[in-house]
Write a protein that binds this ligand. Structure first.
Ligand code: PPS
Length: 569
């Protein structure tokens, strides 16, 4: 079993000549624009990474995969690889029809000959594949909230591989990898599957695993889709490249796998094994909680720590690849080296830094010792995750017209500019309505569009390490929450409720608008004839009655300081 068959694995591509002809025909066909996940699946279907699949699962295969982890003819296959589409699109397709599959730029990648169309029971799929119909599982959440309601199945004719502009030299199809191994004369090769940056402990354990199996090593990270919140693949690949130099010369290879992970634990481990076999590998490292999705909605682990290893071991012969146990390596201070945790005896000091602690140190710009990670890796991680005092953020003022939002926002902007360090942009309600939203009125629909535009601009500013200060009325809680979600992908969101009462705003009536609103000359006026939903849990609530602007802006600065967003470098 450990002698690889390095003959090519079957692909679903047709010859270049046929592809050209079929592309012209496909241009006339009904076409489906693939989602990012479907593009990952299609690439591995076409290049043989998902061999023996010849297309998206049919209904009969889907049912067998759910129930027995097998295709209807009996072959082992743990994961439903299905083409999910919207109900509206499904209504236009009938079995027997060919449809063109396009990437997000509209390029035709393949033709699907539809043989099956059905509406799956998604809860049943969640239970069968992921072990629970629990939205805390990222793939279950995807299934219910992102995947289309109808599945199409049938064989795929591959016309063109998806285009990647990044790290081209590091991407290999199964047959390219097989050819590489043949050329290098590698007969036994251990795969290390990963979705995280590699630190010293990983380098030690992979090196050891390869040595014990008397094999070469393939670092085979997933760069398609991983767990939400993971370090992005651009950063990770730079980290892997840095670690590659730490292995003995010409023993180790790095190749990127454009897989969309499902975080399905045991079933995912079996799937990873089959995919690695297809790539010409003979061994694979399977660790504790392989491809684990984290905690369920009750705060418990979805799978037992060794479930993946057990399921893999049970099917090892059929998978056609040998499992290598993952040794938990720890740093022994007295001996200044990594050792397997289960081989340590005597009274020694074992050092470790958890993932949470690492993220905290990165966030706060604290030291990450060399025994834990390679300086080159830490440099890459720091570039991507600068300390909070260097990250972008958004201060989002909300309150009634005339509450003082703009005045406080202006004062805050000037104070932040005085401090320096980051560019500051003020997106004031009036200014935005002049430059970004001049065609909009004050209906709920228009106000929501206006606030989402502000949110989008603020999220771009935040992503690029700037400070955005927004000061619209933003009367609706759900829209404010949507903006928060857009921004929190990139940096902190500080909601500041300028809580001046409507009576006080009307008494001040700086622009004379309240008077006009009372007279009915301005319709849908917030606080008078239109709603304002007060924030329930803003980061800060400011009372303006009896306080000056300077004091209000200072309160915001103190809040930013307490959150580590400004202050000591
Ligand atoms: S919203 O609801 O967030 O989209 O409103 P915003 O973009 O902040 O615009 C508010 C400014 O527009 C003026 N204005 C009105 N406000 C509320 N309701 C109605 N019907 C209305 N018509 C015009 C008003 O001057 C607001 O400015 P600020 O600075 O808040 O006083």
């Amino acid at each position: 079993m450990t002698q690889p068959n390095l003959a090519p694995v079957p692909e679903l591509y047709v010859s270049a000549e046929s592809a050209q002809k079929l592309k012209a025909e496909a241009a006339q066909m009904l076409s489906w624009d693939l989602t990012p996940r479907q593009i990952c699946d299609l690439e591995l279907l076409m290049n043989g990474g998902f061999h023996p699949l010849k297309g998206f699962l049919t209904e009969a295969d889907y049912n067998c995969v759910l129930e027995d982890m097998r295709l209807s003819w009996g072959g082992l296959w743990p994961m439903p690889v299905t083409l999910d589409v919207s109900e509206a699109f499904a209504e236009t397709v009938e079995p027997g029809q060919d449809i063109a599959l396009r990437d997000q730029e509209g390029v035709i990648l393949a033709i699907l000959s539809v043989t099956d169309k059905w509406t799956p029971d998604k809860s049943r799929e969640a239970e069968a594949v992921y072990g629970a119909d629990d939205l805390a599982h990222p793939a279950v959440n995807y299934l219910h909230h992102s995947a289309g309601a109808v599945y199409l199945g049938g064989p795929v004719t591959g016309l063109q591989q998806p285009t990647h502009y990044d790290f081209r030299a590091r991407r290999d199809s199964p047959n390219e990898l097989r050819a590489h191994f043949r050329k290098m004369g590698w007969r036994r090769i251990v795969a290390f599957q990963t979705r995280n940056p590699l630190h010293r402990a990983h380098q030690e354990l992979t090196f050891r695993a390869a040595r014990e199996a008397q094999a070469n090593l393939l670092i085979h990270p997933v760069v398609g889709m991983t767990k939400p919140g993971d370090v992005d693949h651009f950063t990770r690949v730079r980290c892997y490249e840095a670690v590659l130099d730490k292995y003995p010369h010409a023993t180790t290879h790095l190749s990127l796998l454009n897989l969309a992970m499902r975080m399905a634990g045991p079933r995912e481990a079996v799937w990873h094994g089959i995919i690695r076999r297809n790539h010409g590998l003979t061994h694979m490292i399977v660790g504790r909680d392989h491809a684990g999705p984290g905690k369920n909605s009750k705060g418990e682990d979805f799978y037992g720590p060794y479930d993946a290893q057990e399921l893999f071991r049970r099917h090892q012969d059929e998978i056609g690849i040998e499992m290598v146990d993952f040794k938990h390596m720890v740093y022994v201070q007295e001996r200044a080296q990594y050792e397997p945790a289960d081989e340590i005896n005597g009274d020694v000091t074992v050092l470790n830094i958890s993932g949470t602690e690492l993220r905290r140190r990165l966030r706060e710009g604290l030291e990450i010792p060399e025994w834990f990670s390679f300086p080159e890796v830490v440099t890459q991680l720091r570039r991507t995750s600068p300390p909070r005092s260097k990250q972008g953020f958004t201060v989002f003022f909300t309150g009634l017209s005339g509450s003082g939002k703009s005045t406080i926002a202006n004062a805050l902007m000037v104070k932040l500019m005085e401090m320096g360090g980051r560019p500051v942009t003020l997106l004031d309600g009036d200014v935005v309505r002049k430059h970004l939203s001049s065609e909009l009125g004050f209906s709920k629909e228009h106000r929501d569009v206006n606030i989402r535009r502000i949110g989008y601009v603020a999220s771009e500013i935040t992503k690029n390490a700037g400070i955005a200060i927004c000061a619209p009325i933003a009367p609706y809680a759900a829209t404010r929450r949507a903006v928060r979600e857009m921004i929190e992908d990139y940096g902190a969101f500080i909601e500041v409720h300028v809580a001046t009462s409507v009576e006080e705003c009307e008494r001040r009536d700086r622009k004379g608008l309240y008077k006009l609103a009372r007279e009915g000359k301005i319709k849908e006026f917030t606080g008078i004839s239109d709603p304002y939903e007060e924030p329930l849990n803003p980061e800060l609530r400011i009372q303006t009655e009896g306080f000056d602007v300077d004091y209000a802006a200072h309160q915001v600065l103190l809040k930013l300081e307490s959150m580590g967003l400004i202050g000591a470098e």
